[in-house]
Design a protein around this ligand. Structure first.
Ligand code: ZN
Length: 176
C-alpha cells in the first residue's frame, strides 16, 4: 500500500487512542504492514477500533496479520491447484491437441479470421506460464512466431512438452 493510504487509517487509530502512537511506533507499524494492501489495512483498523478496549499495539496487529497471511496463502494454493489442473487437462488431452492442430491448419488455409486467431494464440500461450518453466513455449509445447515477412509459423517446441504434440508440426529451430 502507499504511505498515504497507511496514514489515513493510522490517523483513525491515533484519533481513537490518543497519546499512544508516537512517530517511532507509527514507523514500526508501517514497516510491518506496508506489504499488505490498503483495503486489508482499512479493514484491520475498523476491527481494532470496534474491538479493542485498550490501544492496539504491534502484538495485536501482528496477530491480525498472521490470520490474513494464512487466509491469502490458502486462497493462493487453491488458485494454483486449479490452474495446474486446467493446464494439464489441455496439454495432456489428445483431443485438445488434435483440435489445436485443426485450428492451426484452418488458419494456414485462411479460414480463421485475425481476431479469432489472436484469441486462440493468446489462449494457448497464456495456459502454462505460471506452472511450467520452458521459456520458449511456457510448457504448451507450441511456439508461435510471425517472421519479418509477416508469415505465421507454429512450431513444436524442442522441450518435453513439444514431444507430446503431433508430429505434423515442424520442430522449432534451435535457439527459438
Ligand atoms: Zn517448450
Amino acid at each position: 500500500m502507499q504511505p498515504s493510504e497507511f496514514k489515513s487509517h493510522m490517523d483513525r487509530l491515533a484519533e481513537q487512542f490518543k497519546n499512544t502512537y508516537s512517530q517511532a511506533r507509527v514507523e514500526l507499524i508501517w514497516r510491518e504492514v506496508r506489504d499488505f494492501d490498503a483495503y486489508w489495512w482499512g479493514r484491520l483498523v475498523d476491527k481494532l477500533l470496534g474491538e479493542c478496549r485498550h490501544s492496539p499495539l504491534l502484538p495485536e496487529i501482528r496477530e491480525a496479520m498472521s490470520i490474513e497471511r494464512e487466509r491469502s496463502w490458502s486462497r493462493q494454493k487453491q488458485h494454483n491447484a486449479q490452474e495446474a489442473r486446467e493446464f494439464f487437462l489441455i496439454a495432456d488431452d489428445t483431443e485438445a491437441r488434435k483440435s489445436t492442430l485443426a485450428t492451426i491448419l484452418r488458419r494456414v488455409q485462411g479460414r480463421v479470421p485475425d481476431d479469432e486467431w489472436k484469441q486462440f494464440v493468446h489462449g494457448i500461450t497464456s495456459l502454462g506460464t505460471r506452472t511450467i518453466a520452458c521459456r520458449s513455449c511456457s510448457g504448451t509445447g507450441l511456439v508461435f512466431l510471425t517472421d519479418a515477412e509477416d508469415y505465421e509459423w507454429t512450431y513444436r517446441c524442442r522441450c518435453a512438452s513439444g514431444k507430446r504434440q503431433p508430429q505434423l508440426y515442424v520442430v522449432a529451430p534451435e535457439g527459438l
